[in-house]
Design a protein around this ligand. Structure first.
Ligand SMILES: [Zn+2]
Ligand SMILES: [Zn+2]
Length: 178
């Protein structure tokens, strides 16, 4: 009898696996939650994509009219020593409405509750609002390319960027008005 294969525990997988900067893995940005207990750094100089999500779920979970998320590989995000081991992270599995680690999972600071990221099955959507950008040029690299779930918006954003009724590329484009 063999046991069914099990996934390795989340603490031993990126982005939670302890890593140190090196010649190949450079620290491009640091970020910290509002209270400073959760700190991490990014080893990629710009996100794969960046979006504003206007869905009602993001509105409820972020307490904001929309959410700003930047997509990275799981290997790009590295928590500072002590954060993961010290229980600094809180988890929420939205599909079952349970506060536990299960993908896709919402990750926040266990103390100040600042949203840190959404960990999907293959990527992370992190929230750039807590990144310490050195200058406007670097911040510009995180500018969103589009708006998603714009049909659920509470505020118009006539910025000329593509506006999708749902997911980008998988829903209808909306007219930019305002
Ligand atoms: Zn915090
Ligand atoms: Zn959303």
């Amino acid at each position: 009898m063999s046991n069914p294969p099990t996934n390795p525990p989340w603490q031993t997988r990126p982005p939670y696996l302890p890593t140190s900067p090196s010649a190949d893995v450079q620290k491009h940005y640091s970020a910290q939650c509002h209270c400073g207990r959760v700190r991490y750094w990014l080893s990629r100089d710009r996100p794969l994509a960046s979006k504003f999500c206007h869905c009602v779920g993001c509105q409820a979970l972020h307490g904001a009219p929309f959410q700003w998320a930047a997509i990275f590989e799981k290997d790009d995000l590295h928590f500072e020593p002590g954060v993961v081991e010290g229980g600094g992270l809180a988890f929420y599995h939205a599909p079952t409405r349970e506060g536990r680690y299960r993908l896709p999972v919402k990750v926040s600071c266990a103390s100040c509750r600042a949203p840190i990221m959404d960990e999907g099955r293959r990527m992370v959507l992190m929230f750039p609002a807590i990144i310490e950008f050195g200058d406007a040029e670097h911040k510009k690299l995180f500018d969103p390319q589009c708006h998603i779930f714009y049909s659920q918006r509470v505020v118009d954003m006539p910025d000329g960027k593509p506006k999708w009724t749902g997911l980008d590329g998988k829903s209808e484009l909306m007219k930019d008005v305002g």
